[in-house]
Design a protein. Structure first.
Length: 126
């Protein structure tokens, strides 16, 4: 009977961790998307000072979040976002709107890929 209870508790813990993981990844992708939308809006409104401030906040958020997510997410995705954030920063400094929008779109797309690739589905597990 003790083995059965232990197995049920272990199963419940695994399911709970899986649910938490799904929530964390979805929240991460949604937050990246919201921040990218804000940057895009500021580009179209030609608010260069606010754009720089927003980017600095985004960069600080990413530095913190990248370390946390490195334990759970494929590093190729994280490296692609880091590279695109660097490109976004350079584009903001030289005020190249097209490059800002392209780097921003790549970041947003990569975050969406993370949300899809990290779903707990059989094809992602095996």
């Amino acid at each position: 009977m003790k083995k059965f209870v232990f197995a049920i508790v272990l199963l419940a813990a695994l399911v709970g961790c899986g649910i938490w993981y799904q929530y964390a990844v979805a929240d991460f992708a949604a937050e990246i998307s919201v921040r990218c939308d804000a940057i895009e809006r500021l580009v179209y409104e030609k608010e260069s000072k606010a754009l720089e401030e927003n980017f600095e906040k985004f960069e600080a958020y990413w530095e913190n979040k990248e370390t946390q997510m490195a334990y759970f997410i494929d590093h190729a995705h994280l490296n692609a976002i880091t590279k695109s954030i660097g490109e976004l920063g350079m584009a903001i400094r030289v005020q190249a709107e097209a490059d800002i929008l392209m780097a921003n779109a790549r970041i947003k797309a990569e975050a969406q890929d993370i949300a899809e690739d990290e779903l707990l589905r059989p094809e992602n597990l095996f």
